[in-house]
Design a protein around this ligand. Structure first.
Ligand code: PEP
Length: 262
């Protein structure tokens, strides 16, 4: 069984003080919720502080980006080696990076290679634009993103894919659970073709796009969706905690685990 994952992408929000307060409230709210991987991805400058504050809890830490070179004259960039000591996960290829910072599938591919080389677990974001969705090109776009981002990459079950239709991110207009399930199934089939069925069955596929405590259930009830990448609602501790608790209830309707599965 794939352990569900809820990851919070704080984006360019929170001062160090605000990050401290947010993670403390999430930690308090989560108490004994187990059986769900809970990840927070604060801005780079708060990673070290948050790392200290989650010690002894089951909350895990991720970064929102990295550069693909290990060191050198790349002013302002953060290398995989710097992150390897700090966190476990890293979001790669988020649509905001593709849109505002010209990240191509080729760059995403280099970043994935760099992350895996130092043992960081990538959360690879893929998803189609509104016009591509309306033109019925979702399948084609998502398959192409996967094939080119993963070219030459040795993929294992520790790899996470977040399917985030761009038109659903930060818009308050979430996709439809059943439609996302179909795309997640396509993603899993593509992973089978690129790697193996065993790897495809292990990899977690998250949905991202305007998830809230009010709509999380619609997505977590779908067979192929293993969790969520949450933006706006991850900045609201009550919402984020409720999203995680609902996920636990949906994945373990009768027998909630008594200890963490990871
Ligand atoms: C995201 O940033 O990955 C995201 C899904 O944002 P939101 O939940 O705000 O749509």
């Amino acid at each position: 069984m794939r352990v569900p994952m809820i990851a919070g992408n704080w984006k360019m929000n929170t001062s160090i003080g605000e990050a401290e307060q947010l993670v403390n409230e999430i930690r308090r709210g989560l108490g004994g919720v187990i059986g769900v991987d809970k990840v927070v991805c604060p801005p780079f400058v708060s990673l070290a502080t948050v790392k200290e504050l989650i010690k002894g809890s089951s909350i895990r830490l991720g970064a929102q980006n990295l550069y693909f070179e290990e060191k050198g004259a790349y002013t302002g960039e953060i290398s995989p080696l710097m992150l390897a000591d700090l966190c476990e996960f890293v979001i790669i290829g988020h649509s905001e990076r593709r849109q505002y910072f010209n990240e191509t599938n080729e760059i995403v591919n280099k970043k994935l290679q760099a992350a895996l080389k130092v043992g960081l677990k990538p959360i690879l974001c893929i998803g189609e634009k509104l016009e591509e969705n309306e033109a019925g090109r979702t399948k084609e776009v998502v398959t192409e993103q996967l094939q080119s981002s993963l070219a030459g990459i040795d993929c294992s079950g520790d790899f996470i894919i977040a399917y985030e239709p761009i038109w659903a991110i930060g818009t308050g207009k979430a996709a439809i659970g059943k439609e996302v399930n179909k795309t997640a199934s396509l993603i899993r089939r593509t992973i089978t073709q690129l790697y193996s069925d065993a790897i495809a069955q292990e990899i977690r596929i998250l949905y991202g796009g305007s998830i809230t405590a009010d709509n999380i259930a619609e997505f977590m009830e779908q067979f192929e969706i293993d969790g969520a990448l949450v933006g706006g609602a991850s900045l609201k501790p009550d919402q984020f905690v409720s999203i995680i608790k609902q996920t636990q209830e949906i994945f373990y309707p009768t027998n909630p685990p008594t200890k963490d599965l990871v």
